[in-house]
Design a protein around this ligand. Sequence first.
Ligand code: ZN
Length: 225
Amino acid sequence: MTYQHLFVDGTSAQLPLGKVVCVGRNYAEHARELNNPVTSEPLLFIKPSTSVVPLSAPVVLSARRGPVHYETEIALLIGETLSGDVTEQQAKRALAGIGLALDLTLRELQDQLKAKAHPWERAKAFDGACPLSVFIDPAHAAALNALPLMLKINGEVRQQGSSADMITPILPLLQHIAQVFTLLPGDVVITGTPAGVGVLHAGDQLALSLGDLLKVTTEVTNEVA
Ligand code: ZN
């Protein structure tokens, strides 16, 4: 399936809609707030292409699923294949776009799955679990290691961080992931969330930003019965 990855300047990249590789516990403060140990190497999991929806569309809550928690993350659009041992330069060249994502999580279900040592997909990979923003050209980001991200809900700051706080920074992260999963054009990597995660409520107005580079607003609604 070809997907139009849109850029903030109105251009688009016609790439397949691929997998989303997700990184857990990449900000120490967030790992602490959930009482999770910080891992010695990046904690990786995958959301399928069917989890991707536009971040500009409302987040729809479903009674069947139960409470949905938000995690605001920097998203990386992959434009070239990265596989095996790649250099930092190759990782940088393969980065086609930088955007924002919500890693939507059924936290209570995830806690139950963790307790049973079961996989997390039921809690993390459901349809709509990965709202993705438009992307900016990485050339417009002054420094990959100093990208500020923020989430406001109903005007109140809930999450605030910077890629400077990542345990594994952006390019080393792509290098690590390429050794585990081949990254293909159209794949997306979401890079972990800063502290301040919590539950979404119908009526919430969300404003996500990547410094002055990108601002996206969305709202939360209940599923229409
Ligand atoms: Zn996450």
